[in-house]
Design a binder for this molecule. Structure first.
Ligand code: C5P
Length: 294
């Protein structure tokens, strides 16, 4: 019993990358309807939870000082939401967040942290909820939280909560780059000029990096133009990535993090090294897609 009380549960909160993001409509409540091909990266934040005499929350990591440690933090909102639903099991917890993803940057850091908090606390508290129930709790925290609870390749529709798993994607070597500017998601959505775009083309078999990039060439990130109008410096990040051997360069989510896809991990690492040398203050990470279900 002591063992289980001492146990720390540590979960990755991976970066979410919208390989393609089509805005297909708008709901009456103002939320936008999306059709998005999403993968998760082998790089991200980390959430640790353990039993404690009283609740506590601490953050570390390169971006740990950029977030509030109050109820505006999605980790604490996730803890409190789960506690409200399962008050009997929800004993005090110490939570630690290692923040390695830039804040408000289009790669789902906050949503992924919330998802990892829900999953790790559900395990710590012995909550046996149906995945649908956790997804519903996640959706109240943010439109991207249900997809982050999945943590594997998927297509997200609706406002992000209607999820279809995608199997068989190849290993994708990826470079993530952000020049330090955070972008406001609501402002980007509000600045959209066109909201009734066609959905993503049907997904063919995508066996190789080239197949993926050929498919993505037929798609877009419909948030890019609005994000670039609000934060023109995003174009600098895109230009720097285009000056590498990338097969495809695009912005993720509402920006400003951009990603590039390469033929090999070695190429992504070389591009990262060069980009870091030219822009030492930028967030630059060579990573790759996570395997399905891992
Ligand atoms: O759900 P989340 O808090 O992540 O969304 C932040 C904001 O982004 C929302 O308040 C909304 O303005 C906008 N949004 C949207 N359509 C979506 C997701 C987010 O309009 N599908």
């Amino acid at each position: 019993m002591l063992d289980s009380l001492d146990r720390t549960i540590s979960l990755a909160a991976p970066a979410k990358i919208n390989l393609a993001l089509h805005v297909t409509g708008r709901r009456s409540d103002g939320y936008h309807l999306l059709d998005s091909l999403v993968i998760f990266a082998a790089f991200g934040d980390k959430v640790n939870v353990k039993h404690a005499p009283a609740d506590s929350f601490a953050m570390s990591g390169p971006f740990g000082s950029e977030l509030p440690d109050d109820e505006n933090n999605l980790v604490l909102r996730a803890r409190d939401a789960l506690r409200r639903h399962f008050p009997e099991q929800a004993t005090p917890v110490a939570i630690h967040l290692e923040k390695r993803l830039p804040v408000a940057s289009g790669i789902g850091g906050g949503s992924s942290d919330a998802a990892a908090t829900v999953r790790s606390l559900a395990a710590l508290w012995g909550i046996e909820a149906e995945p649908e129930q956790l997804a519903a709790i996640g959706l109240m925290l943010g439109a991207d939280v249900p997809m982050c609870l999945q943590g594997r390749s998927l297509i997200a529709r609706g406002i992000g909560e209607d999820i279809e798993h995608v199997a068989g994607l190849p290993h994708l070597p990826i470079l993530l780059a952000n020049n330090g500017l955070s972008v406001s998601t609501p402002q980007v959505f509000a600045a959209l000029e066109k909201r009734d775009n066609p959905p993503l083309p049907a997904l063919p078999a995508l066996a190789t990096v080239l197949d993926v990039c050929a498919y993505l060439a037929e798609t877009d990130n419909h948030l890019f133009a609005a994000a670039a109008r609000l934060t023109p410096a995003i174009c600098e990040t895109m230009d720097e990535l285009r000056n590498t051997d990338a097969r495809l360069v695009r912005m993720s989510g509402s920006g400003g993090t951009c990603f590039a896809i390469y033929d090999s991990d070695g190429e992504a690492e070389t591009a990262a090294k060069n980009l870091r040398q030219r822009n030492p203050d930028w967030f630059v990470v060579a990573t790759h897609s996570v395997k399905e279900g891992s």
